[in-house]
Design a protein around this ligand. Sequence first.
Ligand code: FNR
Length: 342
Amino acid sequence: MSRSKRKLDHIEHALSTGQSRGTGLDDIRFIHQSFPNISVDEVSLSTEIGELSTSSPIFINAMTGGGGSATEKINRELAQLANMFHIPMAVGSQMAAIKDKTEQQSYKVVRQQNPTGIIFANLGSEASVDQAKFCVDLLEADALQIHMNVIQELVMPEGDRNFTGALRRIEQISNQIEVPVIVKEVGFGMSRETAQQLKEIGVSIIDVGGLGGTNFSLIENARRDDPMTSFDNWGIPTAVSIAEVKSIEKPGAILASGGIQNAHDIAKVIALGAESAGMAGNVLKWIRDDGIDRTIVHVESMLNELRFIMTALGVRSIQELQKSSILISGRTKEWLVERRID
Ligand code: FNR
């Protein structure tokens, strides 16, 4: 199957059978306070992702590019959204642009639509330093995401079978490119052991990409005649994954993604310790089902609701929200107790 047909298949399945629930965020509750003593106008949503400052604690996570005009159209609309709300946006894996020059436009459109915004380039951990430099230059990107997707590759009949040397390659890339490197999972979550390994090679921004939203085992299985179901519920739920990464000493910046759907999810992941929340599948669904104009309304309402949640909690900034009290119950609590994470 061609790479570009596979991209389009992924989009279709991501919007139908490829979503799971179970981020663990239902196990998180805020503690209501009756005297927040604050006005909505005092709330600031600005945050920092390492050295990058953004006016809202959300970003559009990596999805597409390299599927011809269909993915160019999606990227154009996502970039318009990013531009309008001044939120960072990642493109999908740029390996397609490296392998086929005619695919470059489906990525370049993101910079054309958003000349001064924060854009993340994206490659897999098989990439070389030269390929990483090429992808950053193509978009004049502000950071490079390197994704790790072992499970997706295993479930994909034509996927990779050799996963040696990934950490070493990530280390070389982060030592030799000029922009920050963000290492991300794609929906199976990140453990504290993985976070520690990344810290030791100098990576200071981690996107946990937790279980509970877009699920590439389900997506790949929808494309297989003989489904391989072992990985359908594999991985670390988003809520747990943030706590895992946060539990290492000086974890750096934490980005939370995997099943983020609304303002309440965003508030919860920040209270667990994230700097910003990434959305992929849900934004794609809005764009496809409701169109760009309604999507703008959805994002606007979501950010307003986040401001209201912060008002109810009496917190004026994302830093204060990170420190607010939460109760953790259910399977998330069990996991944290079992792993001795406070
Ligand atoms: C993705 N994702 C992804 N990630 C990545 O690093 N490179 C990529 O090329 C892609 N491609 C891709 C295509 C489609 C259609 C989807 C829906 C997702 C993964 C994405 O960035 C994110 O990590 C996961 O989707 C989990 O977040 P959500 O979708 O649950 O918000």
